[in-house]
Design a protein around this ligand. Structure first.
Ligand code: G3H
Ligand code: ZN
Length: 278
């Protein structure tokens, strides 16, 4: 059933656990995300990124598919629009069923980031939806590869206060689009941020973190755990294997394998992040 992101994230925080958000690029991704959640009988957040919108050339076709899947699911499914860089998409989100948007002005100077984020917050709050934002650039996206960057707790508190964001993505050692789980998170910093910042904390670039690292991150205070690349690895590996196995033109056998492989990853990671905090 379609559920507000806010209620999924706040419920997870209240039980000292986490909720996983997965990026959907294709219909098969979205189907796999819902299937993995149903198999786990736990909630999930289905995320569509601005980059996926650019890939499809429009938001509505994929968003409508995600909305239909969320409504038909037998577990709670939230819809989230991720890494949005323009206000037009923020404005379009509520009517398409998105309960939350991550507005990404993190590469702007602090004052401009605050100003743009406040505008996005005003748009979403007027519709009763959530805004997530980011402080302390998370490395590896659009050439901003800087895994050493960290979010300062004092700045994070001021940023939340200045902008009115409802959830905050923090830089604590992860980096986007990693294909091996070798990132080491700064768990002491996560605990400091958890204790200082009033809103739930979000981890981006979670594919670079091991399952035990993700579980420890949730125990230390991260709540929304965003995963993209792990699904793409499962998808692409399965398609490669399927194509090597058969030269038949019908894409359904290898797309079905890809969807099954992604659903396995979703179910596993939902279990990993549902752990209880220390
Ligand atoms: O915005 C995307 C998420 O942060 C996922 O990152 O692809 O490195 O898992 P990832
Ligand atoms: Zn991200």
């Amino acid at each position: 059933m379609l559920t507000e992101t806010s209620s999924l994230v706040l419920d997870a925080r209240a039980r000292h656990g986490g909720v996983a958000a997965f990026n959907a690029i294709t219909l098969e991704h979205a189907e796999a995300i819902v299937e993995g959640a149903e198999r786990s009988q736990r909630p999930v957040i289905l995320a569509v990124s601005h980059n996926a919108v650019r890939y499809h050339g429009a938001l509505e076709p994929l968003a409508a598919s995600c909305l239909a899947l969320a409504r038909a699911a037998d577990v709670p499914v939230g819809l989230h629009l991720d890494h949005v860089e323009d206000l037009e998409l923020v404005e379009a989100a509520p009517d398409l069923g998105f309960g939350s948007v991550m507005f990404d002005a993190s590469t702007l100077p602090y004052a401009d980031n605050v100003e743009m984020t406040r505008r996005a917050a005003a748009v979403l709050h007027a519709r009763g939806r959530w805004l997530e934002s980011e402080l302390g650039e998370i490395g590896g996206k659009d050439g901003a590869h800087a895994p050493h960057v960290r979010t300062d707790p004092g700045e994070a508190v001021s940023f939340v206060d200045d902008t009115g964001v409802d959830a905050l993505a923090v830089a604590v050692g992860s980096s986007h689009a990693m294909t091996s789980a070798t990132a080491e998170l700064d768990l002491d910093l996560v605990r400091q941020l958890r204790d200082a910042v009033p809103v739930p904390l979000v981890l981006h670039g979670s594919s670079g973190v091991s399952d035990s690292g993700l579980s420890a991150a949730v125990r230390a205070g991260l709540v929304k755990i965003n995963v993209g690349t792990q699904l793409n690895i499962a998808f692409t590996d399965a398609v490669r294997a399927g194509l090597a196995e058969s030269s038949a033109p019908d894409p359904r056998p290898y797309l079905r394998s890809a969807r099954d492989a992604m659903a396995d990853v979703v179910a596993r990671l939902i279990g990993v992040v549902s752990t209880t905090a220390e």
